[in-house]
Design a binder for this molecule. Structure first.
Ligand code: SAH
Length: 280
């Protein structure tokens, strides 16, 4: 089947919005790396319409952010085996000391904690620094809290919730405000055996009660807005793992959480991103 391939460079902050626009316009899937997004559409899609939508996004972005630029290229890929080309972008990825993230068509690795993720539309395939940092920190703090309840706030593909369940948390709750993420997470939960994750559409209000660990890989502004709520939902000595924070915004996020009474434990940088660990 022939298909359209768009290679798009866009500042990180605008990626989620762009992926949503692409998905709403029939995008089959997105491969993300540090520098760009590659988005695939069936050749039956109207390419001029997609190009005009991208031009609109570019114009909006340039209005709000003069420092960064969005660029895009387009190719028609003739009659290749779409599935095979798409799959090549996703090979097993080792993260931390124990985790391997792999797509469902690969064999599980023995001796590793396998996290099976079908790379669909949602964010959280492990190819982003912030997701990997959350996994590394979950592993590092494993055993330093009770392993009762875990909350994955903004679950995307469901990856962190699946990891928490496989680490042995007794009850894992995953929420996301985006129905497409919930759909993707539901499929991924089914791909992983013996896991124990409750999935709910919405935000932290949909996850009542308190938790031994809350992981939230969202963006700084949302993390700051949710500071009191997240803090009040941690059990005594519970751990908060916060990610999606640009390095120059970390201090502001730390201050917001310290004001709620949490103790700052460590910051974990990766490239221009920082993840934070705070404790009740
Ligand atoms: N946890 C995954 C995905 C992170 S992307 C990972 O670490 O890779 C952030 C996700 O948070 C998106 O799926 C987005 O829809 C969701 N989100 C954004 N704001 C939210 C909010 N206020 N409450 C819950 N989810 C939210």
């Amino acid at each position: 089947m022939p298909y359209h391939e768009f290679t798009i460079r866009i500042p990180d902050l605008f990626r989620d919005t762009l992926i949503r626009m692409l998905t709403q316009n029939g995008c089959l899937g997105v491969i993300e790396d540090k520098y760009s997004l590659i988005a695939y559409f069936p050749a039956t899609n109207d390419v001029d319409y997609i190009l005009s939508e991208l031009a609109v996004q570019k114009a909006i972005l340039e209005k709000v952010d003069r420092e960064h630029e969005m660029t895009f290229d387009y190719n028609l890929i003739p009659d290749q085996d779409w599935n095979e080309s798409w799959k090549k972008g996703f090979t097993p990825l080792d993260v931390g000391e124990h985790f391997t993230i792999l797509p469902p068509w690969e064999d599980e690795r023995s001796g590793r904690i396998n996290l099976i993720i079908d790379p669909g539309m949602a964010f959280g395939t492990g190819h982003h620094e912030t997701t990997r940092s959350c996994l590394v920190l979950m592993e590092k703090y494993d055993g330093k809290t009770e392993k009762g309840r875990f909350l994955d706030l903004g679950t995307g593909t469901g990856l962190l919730a699946i990891a928490a369940s496989k680490l042995g948390y007794k009850q894992v709750v995953a929420v996301d405000t985006d129905p497409l993420s919930i759909e993707a997470a539901r499929k991924n939960l089914e791909l992983n055996h013996d896991i124990n994750v409750e999935l709910r559409e919405g935000s932290i209000a949909e996850a009542p009660g308190t938790f031994d660990c809350i992981a939230a890989n969202i963006i700084s502004s949302v993390l700051i807005l949710l500071a009191h709520e997240i803090s009040s939902r941690l059990n005594p000595s519970g751990i908060g793992i916060l990610s999606g924070i640009l390095a120059d915004q970390a201090d502001e996020v730390i201050r917001a959480y310290e004001q709620t009474g949490l103790k700052f434990i460590e910051s974990f940088p990766d490239d221009k991103w920082v993840s934070l660990v705070l404790q009740k």
